[in-house]
Design a protein around this ligand. Structure first.
Ligand code: NAP
Length: 229
């Protein structure tokens, strides 16, 4: 495939590496080449099959809207814009394009979500729950998109909104904990990312899945249907 990657930061640079390893041609645009999504014209995107965004909460919405206007399919890894999900879904559906987003493209985290869903019955049995998330000091949004998703999963199962505590320190790639505590025992569930490679592999496999598809998708709903690695 011919991909356009937005962002050559910590995650974007790995996405480029993984995409090239998987045989894709990858163009890359950074902040200076794409202010307010100005580079994302129909002409520039004409030969691109999927755009992948790992930029910033500040620039992602301009990028998404420009890709929809140009009728281009898009994988969005950037977090911090989920208040706009209903509006963007409507735009994607009206335009008849494809958009796939994830708070976390790691297969391990998506398995962790399933485990959390099973454990989310606990507050209905007298457990008090808390969510903790740790990330590197440069992360721009808090709480993390992954922690918000974890909170949503628990709310969907038992109607309880758990408190999220965020820590920003050093170079932590991403750690999420769901702790459920009762007078007689404590359940600790933890996912600890060792590198950004899991995110990058998931995002590139998501782009391969999205090519030629129409609709608005959350990775947590489709990752099981990805072909074997
Ligand atoms: N969904 C997931 O699995 C997942 C995993 C990891 C991270 N993330 C999210 O992905 C985003 C990026 O994370 P990161 O750690 O890679 O951040 P980062 O290292 O700060 O990189 C962000 C990059 O975005 C570029 N950028 C900003 N505006 C742009 C624009 N208009 N067009 C093109 N590029 C633009 C910046 O370019 P310059 O360097 O030129 O300024 C920078 O290189 C964050 O929202 C993070 O939370 C998601």
């Amino acid at each position: 495939m011919h991909l356009l990657l937005l962002g050559r930061g910590k995650t974007g640079s790995l996405v480029k590496e993984v995409a090239q390893e998987r045989g894709h041609r990858v163009d890359v645009l950074g902040a200076k080449e794409n202010p307010h999504a100005s580079a994302l014209t129909s002409d520039r995107l004409a030969h691109i099959e999927v755009v992948i965004d790992f930029t910033t909460p500040h620039s992602v919405l301009d990028n998404i809207e420009a890709c929809i206007r140009a009728h281009k399919n898009m994988v969005v890894g950037t977090t911090g814009w989920y208040g706009e999900l209903p509006r963007i879904r409507q735009m994607v559906e009206q335009a008849g394009t494809g958009l796939l987003y994830a708070a976390n493209f790691s297969i391990g985290v998506n398995l962790f979500f399933d485990i959390a869903r099973a454990a989310a019955a606990a507050p209905g049995h007298g457990y008090l729950g808390q969510i903790f998330e740790r990330h590197h000091a440069h992360k721009k949004d808090a709480p993390s998109g992954t922690a918000v998703q974890l909170q949503r999963i628990v709310r969907e199962v038992c109607g309880t909104d758990l408190e999220v505590t965020s820590f920003r320190e050093g170079e932590v790639v991403g750690m999420h904990e769901l702790v459920l505590d009762s007078p007689v025992d404590t359940i600790y569930l933890c996912h600890d990312a060792k590198s950004r490679r899991g995110f990058a592999e998931g995002a590139v496999r998501a782009a391969e899945w999205l090519a030629g598809r129409k609709g608005f998708f959350d990775f947590k709903d489709i990752w099981r249907s990805l072909p074997a690695k």
